[in-house]
Design a protein around this ligand. Structure first.
Ligand code: FAD
Length: 406
């Protein structure tokens, strides 16, 4: 029988292994992961796993028994060094190789560490991508109250880190290079909401700050110098400036790379029988005809299923409505759709419930996406309208006198 090998055991890889079994794959499934923890949910790393007294085992994706029952061979602490696509083999650390008939790349992404003088990860400077990173941060903090923390980057990870650390009692300065936080991913209305939320919670937000140098001071603290001439001093620095896809294995065997391992609508790469899914994969987004790469649990899980069905010879195409969430303090943001190329925004604040808001994105009158803030109904409605490609009238939507359900 055939062997399916999956490289990377996180949201994408684990879901693909189980989807293969569900689809009736009868051969061997080997799931190879370079790190050692039982695969876990990543979103809590910046949320409850950081701020609460929890164990990483509380967040496992599947129990150890579930892998046994499904006969998914989980090889933890084993890194794939290279792929031999001619001979259908993957080579692991320790001179070990494994044959595959079907190969799935689910290698994810790694935190970007800006190449700045003084940017040495470890000691008091931490990225946040893995459980090891959160554990390192927790151990650095180790019950110290009132640390001064600089968070570099005002994207979702940076904001969640700021919220969690603030809740734990630390002093936070969040530094963003752009003129506003969330500039890359959201409209100004959403940025303003989250700026106010953080400022009301006591986080200092400094925009337009491009850090050019970090100095480790004699007292163990860090000084960050901006090209504006401003300096910021902190006990701990969190680096949240983005991620880059892990494409080296794919690149070495000549797969097409375009901001990720480029796949078709079946999640197949430029080489037959090699699939790529999750944060490492890029694809053509049909509505915009642009190559995109999504960094979300939804995308990892949905692509995992698509790859599995295609491996089983049952061709299905990926056309999910993207969704994403972020939790900061008591605020829940849910995003449906993709706002790329929007030309109109409707910001709706519910009457007498100003904490309930939604930012709706349109292009040429057509709904693209919604940022629903504490607003499950807007999220559900947005998802439904996107799925059914139904017309939503921006003018009516903008009128808070008209109930959303109408
Ligand atoms: P990854 O989770 O990156 O996993 C890839 C795995 O491959 C890793 O475990 C890696 O060790 C392994 N690997 C790589 N190379 C090799 C190799 N050569 N050999 C063996 N193993 C290898 N998404 C949301 O939708 N909502 C959220 O609220 C949210 N919050 C997040 C908070 C944090 C702190 C982080 C870090 C991410 C968050 N995300 C969130 C994003 C989400 O976690 C990712 O989209 C998701 O983890 C992608 O899954 P993946 O399996 O594609 O990649």
């Amino acid at each position: 029988s055939k062997t399916a090998v999956i490289i990377g055991a996180s949201h994408a890889g684990v879901n693909c292994a189980f989807a293969l079994r569900k689809e009736g794959f009868e051969g061997k499934i080997q799931l190879i992961e370079s790190t050692s923890f039982l695969p876990y949910h990543r979103p809590p790393l910046s949320k409850s796993f950081l701020s609460e007294d929890k164990d990483i085992a509380d967040y496992c994706l599947k129990s150890a028994e579930a892998y046994e029952e499904a006969e998914v061979e989980l090889l933890l602490g084993r890194r794939v060094l290279h792929i031999d696509s001619q001979n259908h083999e993957v080579h692991l650390e320790g001179n070990h190789s494994i044959h595959y008939d079907h190969l799935v790349l689910a290698t994810g992404a790694s935190a970007v560490i800006p190449a700045l003088p003084g940017m040495t990860v470890g000691e008091g400077i931490f990225p946040l991508r893995s459980a090891e990173d959160t554990l390192a941060i927790k151990s650095f903090i180790n019950a110290k109250s009132q640390l001064e923390v600089v968070v570099l980057g005002g994207g979702y990870i940076g904001l969640e880190m700021a919220a969690s650390l603030r809740k734990m009692g630390h002093q936070i300065a969040l530094l963003e290079r752009e003129k506003r936080i969330l500039a890359r991913v959201a409209a100004a209305e959403t940025s303003s909401f989250f700026t106010a939320l953080h400022q009301e919670s006591g986080v200092k937000i400094h925009t337009g700050q491009n850090i050019t140098n970090i100095e480790h001071l004699h007292d163990g603290r860090y000084q960050l110098d901006s090209d504006t001439g401003d300096s910021f001093v902190a006990d701990m620095v969190i680096v949240g400036v983005g991620i880059s896809p892990n494409t080296a294995l794919a690149q070495n065997i000549g797969l097409t790379i375009e901001n990720g391992i480029l796949v078709d609508a079946h999640c197949e790469t430029s080489t037959p029988d090699i699939f790529a899914i999750g944060d490492c994969a890029s694809f053509i987004h049909q509505p915009s005809a642009k190559i995109i790469r999504l960094e979300s649990v939804q995308n990892a899980v949905d692509q995992a299923k698509i790859a599995a069905t295609n491996i089983m010879g049952n061709p299905q195409t990926y056309d999910s409505i993207p969704w994403f969430w972020s939790d900061q303090y008591e605020t829940k943001l849910q995003i449906a759709g993709l706002n790329h190329g929007y030309d109109q925004v409707v910001h709706r604040i519910e009457k007498e419930q100003p904490q309930k808001q939604a930012v709706w994105y349109f292009k040429e009158g057509k709904l693209l996406a919604v940022d629903a803030i504490n607003h499950a109904k807007a999220y559900v409605l947005g998802t439904r309208y996107l799925k059914e490609a139904r017309q939503l009238h921006p003018d009516e939507l903008a009128n808070p006198e008209i109930p959303l359900s109408k």
